[in-house]
Write a protein that binds this ligand. Structure first.
Ligand SMILES: Cc1ncc(COP(=O)(O)O)c(C=O)c1O
Length: 473
């Protein structure tokens, strides 16, 4: 493809994207594709000769769109908001067009320095102090892994430079609540701690927040048995119910043992943009690392996860490599993000945040988050007031967890009813909700916060929920 062919096709593609975004509200929210259907439609021998761009666009329309669950739909209430603001889409496009190589400062000074600027902007916009420095990672899962490796190395006095964890005299232990995201356990395992050294701390049965007395207890028992508490992961905004672990208390319990505290606020971190929500993060200033995803509720397109640390020097000691071909005369004067995480080559992700913030502005983003919080409170009040319906967890943010419990229906029968009405809604394509196990029972999560979701959409899904659950199939 030459430049002029690119120019023509790109114009068409941008028109296609704009038209698609206009069409999204009419599309079924959940993809209607059957397993293998997409593959069967496009499989075949790899192309030897160029095809017209129109053939690709036709396949996008005929195969890819039906094979895509429309998380940008105003009626998407599944999982968590996964917004892709159009301003950030433009930044992503600019990043691809630039085709830069992020391996050192020298390979793209702009990539490095814009990342410094946007991570500082978000640090300031979220009320964090200038003690924190941030980098953009692909996901909160990777960010958590980096934090767990840094914690391991701090606790072991940089054992990586010796025999690694295998040569440690005492096992190092990590703690997270039973409600923590599965990526936390994965990070702990991948960082080499081993499942035997991961403690799942009980959560309060009403708030689903970590029980810090239980944490203190578990830590004391580990110390008595000759093990060392190395890290605690505090979740602010758990995936199930958006429960908020008490960070300040966790930091205080961890500090007794010199354990690292990582705050996982993958979805809820966006709420730090709102001054009135910062109380949920009390104590975060004394944690060691914090990650959150602008690619969720805030709306910068995937992949855009922020990891902030207070001790960059330690992180760099743990992560740095120094092959001769990457050295330059400015080393020591500049940030080398290759030493802040796992990959060497990085994309120019800062552009999507830069475009998003500059083209939309923080004020509009804050207004949207407040709209979603208000809609969640509205829905909570409706469910509370409706006989036979129950809100099963506090609603500190934008997710409302509900059950419809007709008289006499309990236990497994109630679970079956919950899963059935939720599936009927999802299969209809008119909205998408996620069922989840909360406190051992199935509930339906209504996760509000798609960029396009207005009050009318929340009101419509509530009507759909009542009509569907209260009707016999
Ligand atoms: C609390 C929490 N932590 C971590 C993750 C993982 O996020 P990512 O997909 O960016 O790895 C999620 C995603 O749902 C989450 O809700």
């Amino acid at each position: 493809m030459d430049v002029e062919e690119f120019r023509a096709a790109a114009h068409e593609l941008v028109d296609w994207i704009a038209d698609l975004r206009l069409r999204v509200p009419e599309l079924p929210v959940r993809s209607t594709a059957r397993p293998g259907e997409v593959r069967a439609a496009v499989d075949g021998v790899p192309p030897e000769l160029p095809e017209p761009f129109a053939a690709l666009l036709a396949d996008l329309d005929d195969v890819v769109v039906p094979g895509t669950t429309q998380v940008q739909s105003p009626r998407n209430f599944a999982w968590f908001p996964s917004n892709a603001s159009l301003a950030s889409v433009l930044g992503d496009l600019a990043s691809s067009g630039l085709g830069s190589l992020g391996i050192t400062w020298q390979s793209s000074p702009a990539l490095t320095e814009l990342e410094e600027v946007v991570t500082d902007w978000l640090r300031d916009l979220t009320g964090l102090s200038s003690q924190w420095r941030g980098a953009i990672h692909d996901t909160a899962s990777s960010a958590c892994l980096v934090a767990m490796i840094a914690a391991r190395e701090r606790a072991s006095g940089l054992s990586e430079a010796r025999g690694g964890l295998q040569s440690e005299p005492a096992p190092l232990v990590v703690y997270a609540s039973t409600e923590a995201h599965s990526s936390v356990a994965k990070a702990v395992l991948l960082a080499g701690f081993g499942r035997d050294n991961l403690r799942l701390v009980p959560a309060d049965p009403v708030t689903f927040a970590m029980d810090v007395d239980a944490l203190r207890d578990l830590m004391a028992r580990d110390v008595a048995a000759g093990r060392r508490p190395a890290a605690v992961v505090a979740s602010v905004g758990t995936t199930g119910t958006t429960a908020v672990d008490p960070v300040a208390e966790i930091v205080s319990a961890a500090s007794v043992h010199g354990a690292w505290v990582h705050v996982d606020a993958a979805m809820a971190g966006s709420a730090m943009l709102l001054e009135e929500c910062r109380g949920m993060f009390d104590g975060v200033e004394c944690a060691d690392s914090l990650s959150w995803n602008p690619h969720k509720w805030m709306g910068t397109i995937l992949d855009c996860s922020l990891l902030y640390v207070r001790d960059v020097e330690l992180l760099v000691r743990v992560m740095s490599t120094d092959p001769s071909y990457l050295r330059s005369s400015v080393d020591g004067e500049v940030t080398q993000y290759k030493d802040w995480g796992i990959p060497l080559g990085r994309r120019f992700r800062a552009l999507k945040l830069w475009f998003h913030l500059r083209l939309d502005g923080a004020e509009a983003i804050r207004a949207r988050l407040r709209r979603d919080l208000a809609n969640a409170q509205w829905l909570r009040a409706q469910v509370d007031a409706e006989p036979g319906w129950e809100v099963v967890a506090p609603v500190p943010l934008q997710t409302v967890c509900v059950v419809h419990a007709p008289a006499g229906l309990t236990g497994d029968a109630l679970d079956a009813h919950t899963l059935a009405w939720c599936e009927r809604i999802n299969a209809s394509g008119r909205a998408l909700l996620t069922p989840a196990l909360v406190g051992g029972r199935w509930v339906v999560r209504v996760s509000i916060g798609a960029e396009a979701t207005e009050h009318d959409d929340v009101s419509a899904v509530w009507k759909l929920m009542r009509d569907t659950a209260q009707r016999r199939p």
